[in-house]
Structure formats: structure tokens, C-alpha cells
Write a protein that binds this ligand. Sequence first.
Ligand code: ZN
Ligand code: ZN
Length: 201
Amino acid sequence: MCRSIILWSKAHRFLHDQQNLNRTFSSYSDLHSFVQPIYSNFDVNLHKKKFYPKMTDVKKDEKCLFCCIKDKSTEIIFEDEEYLAFRDIKPATSHHYLIIPKSHMTNTSSLLPSDIPIVKRLVEIGEIILKNNSASISDARFGFHVPPFNSIRHLHLHAISCVNEMGFISRLIFKPDSYWFITASTLIEKLENSNENEKGN
Ligand SMILES: [Zn+2]
Ligand SMILES: [Zn+2]
């Protein structure tokens, strides 16, 4: 909310500076393309009137294993500007991948409702990887270890397929919505609800 106000006030100043205050816009996309230069560091979704920060300047913690994963001998199986994926070193099934944001984020407790798109993107990448490896998506599990049960303090989504293949210990370690493991869909639900509570206050 705060960020939106700052951005909108910046936009107004920009329009004023351009002496274009009287300009009218025929559509959102018209306005979007006009104000785009000021928003270069943000993803602007004017249709939903929400602003998602882009993680273009990747913040690394030099002591974090996952921040430095590219410097290790780990094979990177997916990469874009903001995310990375690789195989879990102790796979629970034949398809067990970890998807991480490149920017250092500690764990699920540090997430805010505004981070929901990050969680959704992690799952989306997990699905892409499973598909690319001809693994089942319908019998897959997507989730996070909950602190203090996360061994690496860098947010990582486990994408595991197929669940049916999991042994007794793995079923326990990745038990859906236990004290130690939360599925991505439950996490999204929780974040959405905390958003509602914020609005209520
Ligand atoms: Zn990290
Ligand atoms: Zn984990």
C-alpha cells in the first residue's frame, strides 16, 4: 500500500514535470507505457493495481550455501533472471528438485502477503521442471520446511514426484502440513488470510 502511494506520487511529479498534467489516457496500457520509465525497477500491473518489486538486484549472503550454489559443482537445471533450480542431494524419489529465489530470503516465516507471487512462481517452475523430466504433476508434492526444521536458511521449494514412490522416512520428512513441512498451497492460503487480517485492522 505504502509503496503504491510513493509510486503514484512519483508518477504525478513526473507528469507535472513533463507539463502533461492535462493529458488523458485512453486505456490502462496507454498510461502504463507513459509512466513505464519511472517504474523501471518495478513490475507494474495496473490492471490489478498491484506493484510487485522485481528482484533484479540479487541480494546475496556470502555465507549462504544456496546463494553461492552456482559457484559449486551443482548442476543447475533451471535458471532465469530471478530463480534457480537443482536436484536435491538426498532425493526422496527419482524426481526431487529444489527451486530457489536467487535473492537471499531466509524461510517461510519471513514471507509477507506481497510475496505470494514468489511462492506461485516457485511452484510454476517446479511444474515446468517435472514436465520437462516427464514426471507426474498430479502425484507431486510442492512444499517448504518450516523453521526451525529447515536445514538451509535460504527459502527453497521442494518439488517431489511421484509421492507414491516415497519411502517411510521421506513420507515423514515431507508430511504435508505437519509442524515441519508446509505445502505451497497451504502457505499461499495462510499468506492470503494474513492479508485479510491486515485489512481488518
Ligand atoms: Zn541465501
Ligand atoms: Zn528443505
